[in-house]
Write a protein that binds this ligand. Sequence first.
Ligand SMILES: C[S@@+](CC[C@H](N)C(=O)[O-])C[C@H]1O[C@@H](n2cnc3c(N)ncnc32)[C@H](O)[C@@H]1O
Length: 266
Amino acid sequence: MAAAVASLAVPWVALRTLLLRSWHSSAASSSAWAEDLLHHMDRRDTWDRFYLKNRASGPQHFDWFFSYEDASGLLLSTLQGLSSGETRILDVGCGTSAFGLRLYQDSPHQLHVSCLDFSPVALDSLRQLLQDSPPPRHPLSCLCCRLADATDLKNTFESDSFHLVLDKGTCDTLLRCPQGPGKAKQLVAECLRVLKPRGRILQLSDEDPDARVPFLEQAGGGNVTVTEIGCINGICYYGYTLGQRLLDSTDSREQSPEGKGLDDLA
Ligand SMILES: C[S@@+](CC[C@H](N)C(=O)[O-])C[C@H]1O[C@@H](n2cnc3c(N)ncnc32)[C@H](O)[C@@H]1O
């Protein structure tokens, strides 16, 4: 129990610091907004208020934990293995993060990026940022914004839809709510359902592997691997990859993404 409290305490402090640094209003009002967000992270209206405040001076990216540049090594090394054909990526709980947009812009390979969030305010900002952005490197790449609850995607995406599901901070959000673990498990289950059979989920998080790996395994994930992204502003971040659990457990080693590119995931 003590370990679980410790693993929550660090991110909460970090999030408060991040929010205070990012919002240029008075410290007192920023603190109230941060408290609102930190205590009601599973509620859409809370996030709508957050993104509304964040775009007060026009649409802009807000990236949770760290910026695209901080994780571009991990992302681009994953993308390097892409071969011909379209690769389908879902950024689940995208907010106004630059990750989906940068992947779409920078990849020399054809990508279909779906940026999904339940906050219409966030998606409205992201659509405007997309409109103002340069064209993608691959002329057939596309990006679409989808408004949906990530814990129930049955009316949004069919099973077997994506090669890669990116989750930066969304699972963390649900884990820190009152009904946290249950909702977070629903999220992981939906992400696993929409994956192609050999596709991967990539979660970017500040949660310690001692807590996250067993959670992901309990949530139904197979072949969970951990990559240390590094320490940014004194906080360590990790990339967790997982896929669907194979019926024959002897196959799971063969499914390891180590040394494989996404062209192996077709
Ligand atoms: C911690 S923020 C991360 C945003 C973004 N991925 C980033 O890295 O900046 C969590 C995001 O998940 C979204 N979210 C939370 N619960 C959700 C749900 N049930 N369905 C869809 N989006 C959700 C919030 O609106 C918010 O944009």
